[in-house]
Structure formats: C-alpha cells, structure tokens
Design a protein around this ligand. Structure first.
Ligand code: PAN
Ligand code: ZN
Length: 188
C-alpha cells in the first residue's frame, strides 16, 4: 500500500526532500535549442559550461502522479534567454501543472496545430498546461526561476518534434525588454 507523505520543497533553491531523482542540463547539452551556436560555444568555453537548469523529482513506485521542481539559472545566449528543451507529452491526453515559486519567467506553449500562447511565470501563478500543448519554460529574470511541476507518471516526454523543427516563436531581449518574435529557423 502506498502511504501519504509530506514533501518539503524549497521555493528559492528548488530542493525537494525527500527526493527520488535529479538531473542537470548544462549549456553544451542545449546547443540545438539556441539560435546563435557560435555564441553558445563561446560561453561554454568562457564560463566552463554553466548549468542552465536542474530538475529534481519525487516519484513513488506504483503511483499515478509525481511531482518535482525545475530550477533555472538566469542568463542568455545573444539575447535569447535561458530556456528548457521544451516537449510534447507522449500521452496526448495528459497535461501538467507548473506552479511558480520564485523568479520570473515565461511559459511558451504551442498547440499541435500551431497556435502559440504565453503564460507569465511569476511567484504564485499556477499554470495549467492542457493536454497536447508543447511547453517550454524561459527564465526572463535576473535570478533563479523555481517552479513546481505535477504530472501523470505515464505522460512521458516527446522531445523529437521540438528539437527537430523548433518552436514557432522565440522569447528574446534585443535591448528593449522582452519580446516574442518569429523563429527564423522554424521548419514546418
Ligand atoms: C518538466 C520538464 C522540466 C525540464 O518537468 O521536464 O522543466 O524541461 P524539458 O524536459 O523540456 O527539458 C515537465 O514539463 N515534465 O513533463
Ligand atoms: Zn511536461
């Protein structure tokens, strides 16, 4: 029988206690995600391959749901803010919840038929990600962005589509603050 449990989450650091798994994504592992790959390589060499985000999870064998945190560092590659890979779920009938704890971000979403939506990620905002919307979080602030996610264990990640063709829109700062622009590399 599964037993209930209180899990302590630190909204400033993303620490989860107890945790059952974690991984880190560094800039060199995200080279397909950013536009300016020469600038990315330069940053990797200069800054010693900085961490872009860390994911910590709490998952119980036999449970239907699991949750955890994603903690994103501030930064950008030639004006393109640090972001996650972005994905659809393998299970097209399963959505997700992102509850922002600290920092400031943008959740960029794209429906299967190409509609773009944006949800601000500010502390206290609990974002509803409907089934079959690709989602990518972007840290647009100058501090860590920490959010709690909750999902069905069977949802799965489909990174292929977004990695291959990109998302239709980019969130960038070209000197005058945050804007949404067309992705010139987007391949339909
Ligand atoms: C999140 C994401 C996490 C990292 O847990 O997996 O923020 O983003 P990528 O997986 O796109 O690199 C989630 O949406 N799970 O379904
Ligand atoms: Zn997801």
């Amino acid at each position: 029988m599964l037993l209930p449990e209180g899990v302590l989450i630190n909204g400033m650091t993303g620490a989860v206690s107890p945790e059952t798994g974690k991984y880190t994504k560094r800039l060199s592992e995200l080279s397909e995600v950013f536009q300016d790959r020469a600038e990315l390589d330069r940053q990797v060499a200069e800054k010693g391959d900085p961490i872009v985000y860390e994911v910590v999870e709490y998952k119980k064998e036999g449970s239907d749901i699991f949750f955890g945190t994603t903690t994103m560092e501030p930064g950008n590659v030639n004006g393109e803010y640090y972001m996650t890979r972005g994905h659809f779920h393998q299970r097209r009938d399963m959505g997700e919840v992102y509850y922002t704890q600290s920092g400031h971000g943008v959740l960029l979403l794209e429906s299967r038929d190409g509609r773009t939506e944006v949800v601000r990620m500010d502390p206290g905002v609990c974002a509803f990600i409907p089934p079959d919307w690709a989602h990518r979080s972007i840290n647009v602030g100058d501090e860590k962005l920490v959010f709690v996610w909750v999902c069905n264990v069977e949802a799965g990640h489909d990174y292929g589509d977004i990695l291959k063709r990109g998302m239709r829109k980019l969130v960038v700062d070209r000197g005058e603050g945050l804007i949404l622009v067309d992705n010139p590399r987007f391949a339909d």
